[in-house]
Design a protein around this ligand. Structure first.
Ligand code: SF4
Ligand code: SF4
Length: 96
């Protein structure tokens, strides 16, 4: 039996049309994944976050392609941030 779908969302959430909105959030580094030191911001208590530049984006983001330049070594939080999740959609709505 063929089921007809009447309501298909034409605008789908995709990183490729997003300009990396989530890469403007504070990203805590909670485990060792091999992030190069030059991309890390250290606070006085020894906490580590991804360094953000004056434009607000993570220092490891390629400004031309809006792609992560340390994808294989990105922090766990970046790996866990799910495309299409509540946080993703909220962040897109704030920036776009
Ligand atoms: S995960 Fe969401 S907010 Fe982050 S780049 Fe992809 S679509 Fe944009
Ligand atoms: S490490 Fe990569 S994925 Fe994570 S915020 Fe920076 S550019 Fe985005």
């Amino acid at each position: 039996m063929q089921i007809k779908i009447k309501h298909i969302t034409t605008e789908t959430v995709s990183c490729s049309s997003c300009k990396a909105c989530c890469c403007r959030l504070e990203v805590m580094i909670i485990s060792e994944t091999g992030v190069p030191k030059k991309y890390i911001s250290f606070d006085k208590w020894g906490g580590e976050t991804m360094l953000r530049l004056s434009d607000g984006w993570c220092a490891a983001l390629d400004r031309e392609t809006m792609m992560c330049t340390i994808y294989e070594n990105r922090p766990w939080i970046c790996r866990e941030f799910e495309m299409g999740s509540y946080e993703c959609v909220t962040q897109r709505a704030e920036v776009n």
